[in-house]
Design a protein. Sequence first.
Length: 728
Amino acid sequence: MDKQLKAQVVFHLTGRHAQGDAAVGSMRPALLAAYRDLDALRYDFPVVLTQGDRNCVQSLSSIVDAALREVAPPGVPGEALRRRGLQVERQVRRLVSAGERGTLGELWGRAVQALAASADGAFLHDVSKVRNALVADGEVADCNGLLPARFLRHAWSAVQKEKARAAQERIGKLLIRLDNILRADYARSEAALAEPVLQASFGAAHHKMFNFDSMSKLLSRVGPRGGLGERRRRRVEESMAALRSQRFFAGPDTPDVHRFEFETADAALAAFRERLPELARLLKALQVAELEVEGAYVENVHDAVFADFDAQSVTPQDLEFFPDYLVCLEAGKPGAQGSLAEALSTGVPLKIVVHVADVLEEAGLGQGQFAFGMRGTQLASAALSLDDVFVLQTAASNLLQLLERVDRGLRYSGPALFSVYAAPEGGALPVYLQAATAMQSRAFPAFSYDPGAGTDLAARFSLENNAQPELDWPVERLDYADQDLQAVSEDVAFTFADFALCDARYLDHFEPAPRAAWGEGMLTAQDWMARPLRDPVLGVPYVLAVDEADLLCRLVVDERLMRAALRCREAWHRLQALGGINDSRAERMLARERQAWEEAHQREVAAAVPSPAAPASVAGSDAPAATSPATPAAAPAVAQAEPARNPDEPYIETIRCSTCNECTQVNPRMFAYNENKQAYIADLKAGTYKQLVEAAESCQLSIIHPGKPWDSSEPGLEELLERAKPFL
Ligand code: SF4
């Protein structure tokens, strides 16, 4: 083993750097080379927390776009105005990413001020036009560690305001109608018809026109007596008192409203339990009031129903009307998650937001089964086992895109868990990019489980908008110039190891490999994971990175991190299966069906081909040709129907492929799927004979036949031919 390979192997196995600290601090995954100046790009962030109910969060760029559409004429005449509007938008983005806070209107003003020094009158005129056309305003929020709680709290407030409005309207209408019942009753009562009261009810101008004493006697004789029985009056009055004194919904007459946001799930649960009798009282008052105003209260029936109405009588459907309890937690903070599972399993409409700041959560040896855990990501997956809990997991960068899902969770009548990843600020990458890479690399994939969406898993579970969900790792094209300045273009997978490279806390797991040491003994992290090697001498894994000067580098990854990457892939496979992708049971069933179909098909072909003796015996005869059974004797005829194969030529028995992705992961350009989603060799020369042999080895059905190498100069052919023998 040469010295450099030996150093790589030692680092991979031990994680000990050959020359002290690794110099990878300024490096980033090669696929992120293009995203150096994020502020210059137009993307989803920052967002504006507007006052709308449904569309309560909008991206800054969408608001500016709408304003520009409004005021800038299409084409060249509007170009200058558009450019100036976008210039201010960019400045707002810069201010926000530098930590400034404020509403869109305020930040717009500050951005214009900052740009005005170098601008002319036309600029000020144009940007003020755009400012006046901005249709939404509100606090501007960037993608940072505060975003998960800020975003969810704002969306939750919008839902609660909507609930409060509807509740106040319902309560207000009932109070008016109940009051009318009491007034009408009083108007018919003896007290109301007494002479002084009758006189007072007329204006002073009429006092001398009528004899109120006679009128009182007359009306008392002919009019109906007070219509409300004592029990009904009490019911109406009690209902009105309960409606007026409720503390669940804010309104002009309810200054002392309960608080619904709590620091911990336990506190929220305790408050819910304490308020339950009060909630039951209000619920009963609402139901009694509604029966009363409709004149549908039947004492014989309803008295018994409402006599025992208490906290036990409240159903989950009843709770939909009431405010939900919000709890914002920081994952990993002592005590924050203590009784989370218990709280979620109570059925109480708690909306719990967990901010996960560390996906990897590197623990010391002896703490748990693995020294390198991923507990933050396991939170939402674990909540899936609680059947009636709404679960949403996503990276902060994806929150705006999942706003509708967030809204569904907040409106769901039961408990909901929102697990959102946002790295702390101060890392090598902006928080937005860091969050996006967590999702892209499957370290923190997005998914949702909505128990209200249907009765089966297919309706309830969604893998949301993860990139290329059918693959283990998303693959993107990387174009660069090699050391001879030749353009190179290759497909690069973005793996869990690439994500770890974006986090300054985990740089110790990488060691730069000098260009002179780039050799056969190195495997991309993706290839390594496709077939983890027991003997690291046969291949150490690396990721492609770029340094500050955008020079391409290879970083060897230590085994500890690669094991975490394998576990991440396993977790992703489980999510894929829940989402109906690469479901191993379904695939096995499919493979069985395909095999059965193929055997039946071969029997049919065998039956259709006449046996060698048959033509002679039936020639010239009117007798129908006898159908040959699918006997071994018919086999040669079937074999003739198959295309003759040159054993030196590689091929796949495509018809038997079970779409397991193993070969396409080895090389997605060499192997591709046909329209039936079954693999074939798309471009033999897009890869090496080594990859062909590896694919044959990893194919569960052994249907890849590598044939003979097409490039006799490929290194290691002797060993590869030996490995290929079982598949020829
Ligand atoms: S490895 Fe085999 S079964 Fe899997 S996709 Fe490739 S050819 Fe099909």
